[in-house]
Structures are given as structure tokens and as C-alpha cells.
Design a protein. Structure first.
Length: 179
């Protein structure tokens, strides 16, 4: 059941717009998720066929319909080009309901602070609009850039939640944990 307003379908930062994905983003979903570089640390996320991108888009869209939030497409304010994706997904971690923070950007967009900027805005949105759920990022130990993005967004290391995920050991970063 949808329990959030559609107000979050478009977010703005100093340089970026974050918008709910549409069918028109399926090609970008495939391009970014079929690049081995973007899935180096999380090979289970790799897409091999365009049809898988269509299925992934449908999953993302279903989540938007159900919860009123999800993954956003990130673009520069002055460009239609998709830089990447950043957003939140409800899941369970060690039996606790949480929001998972996700970000994946095209390699051509790396190193310009876009991921940190987007993740900071998404984190603020999640804390404000879904305050009842902790926000976590599950990061592979060798994925230094992702760890930096999590810290920049305001999450902190939560070693006691570390565990094995789809691709091996995940380090957990979190914010808004219950006391
Ligand atoms: C993680 C990812 C989104 C970061 O994108 P980005 O464009 O490099 O991010 P930013 O430009 O905002 O930089 C993030 C930080 O990482 C640092 N960084 C980037 N690449 C790095 C590297 N190879 N080694 C060490 N630090 C690195 C930057 O200096 C910056 O640090 P700062 O916040 O202290 O200034 C990008 O690498 C990516 O899409 N990776 C593939 C998908 C992925 O791994 N997602 C996370 C799954 S948990």
C-alpha cells in the first residue's frame, strides 16, 4: 500500500536533479549495470541482457508505487544525461527492518563529487520522511570510494552489523539506528 506522498519524486541539490525513473531510463540502467567497472565490488548486480534492465526498472517502479520512494535517476541540472542512480530500498538486516542506501554511477561521472552530493540529499530525505527506519549502506571492504560516499552522506561505521552478503563480506555503515 502506498504510504508516502509523491513529493519526493524530484529532489534538487546544488548541481544535480534526482528524479523518479521512467521507461526512458532503461537504456541507462543497462549501460551502467553492464559495465564491469561499476559492478567490480558487487558482481551479483551485473546485468548481461537489456531485458534484465527492463525487469530491474519494473522492480524499481513497483517499489515507488508501493512505498512512494525508491531509487532516483541522477542528472546534472543542465543536462539530460543520466549520471547514475541513488536511492533507498526497504529490506531486513539481521532481522531488523532498515532502508538500504544505494548508489551506482557511470564511470565517466566518477570523481566529481556527484555520488556524495546525491547520497547526502537522499540520506536527508530518508531521515526526514522515513524516520522510523534506520538507513544502512552495505559496502565491500575494498570499495573505498563507496565507503567515502557513505561517510560523506552522514553514515558511520556500525561494525556490529557486518555480515556476509550476496558478494561476500559487507561492512555496514548506518545512521538513525535505534538507541
Ligand atoms: C561508489 C561510487 C558511486 C562513488 O562515485 P564517485 O563519483 O567517485 O564519488 P564522489 O566523487 O562523490 O567521491 C566519493 C569519495 O571517494 C573518494 N574516492 C573516489 N574514488 C576513490 C578510490 N578509487 N580510492 C579512494 N578514494 C576514492 C573521493 O575522493 C571522495 O572522497 P571524499 O568524500 O573524502 O572527498 C562509484 O565509484 C560507483 O558507482 N561505483 C560502482 C558502484 C558501487 O560500488 N556502488 C556502491 C555499492 S556499496
Amino acid at each position: 500500500m502506498r504510504d508516502r506522498s509523491p513529493a519526493g519524486e524530484e529532489l534538487w541539490t546544488a548541481r544535480l536533479t534526482l528524479r523518479r525513473p521512467t521507461e526512458a531510463d532503461v537504456d541507462a540502467i543497462f549501460a551502467i549495470h553492464s559495465d564491469p567497472g561499476t559492478c567490480l565490488h558487487n558482481p551479483s548486480d551485473t546485468l548481461a541482457r537489456p531485458g534484465e534492465a527492463e525487469e530491474l526498472y519494473q522492480c524499481w517502479d513497483d517499489q515507488w508505487n508501493k512505498y512512494g520512494y525508491g531509487y532516483w535517476v541522477v542528472r546534472r541540472r543542465d543536462s539530460a544525461q543520466q549520471l547514475g542512480f541513488c536511492g533507498i530500498k526497504p529490506m531486513e538486516l539481521n532481522g531488523m527492518k532498515v532502508l538500504n542506501l544505494f548508489y551506482r554511477f557511470a564511470t565517466s561521472a566518477w570523481g566529481q563529487g556527484y555520488a556524495g552530493e546525491a547520497a547526502t540529499t537522499v540520506t536527508a530525505w530518508a531521515i526526514r520522511h522515513v524516520p522510523d527506519l534506520p538507513l544502512v549502506a552495505r559496502v565491500r571492504p575494498a570499495n573505498i570510494a563507496s565507503q567515502r560516499v557513505a561517510l560523506r552522506a552522514g553514515l558511520s561505521r556500525a561494525e556490529h552489523f557486518d555480515g556476509v552478503g550476496c558478494d561476500g563480506l559487507d561492512w555496514i555503515y548506518a545512521v538513525n539506528l535505534p538507541n
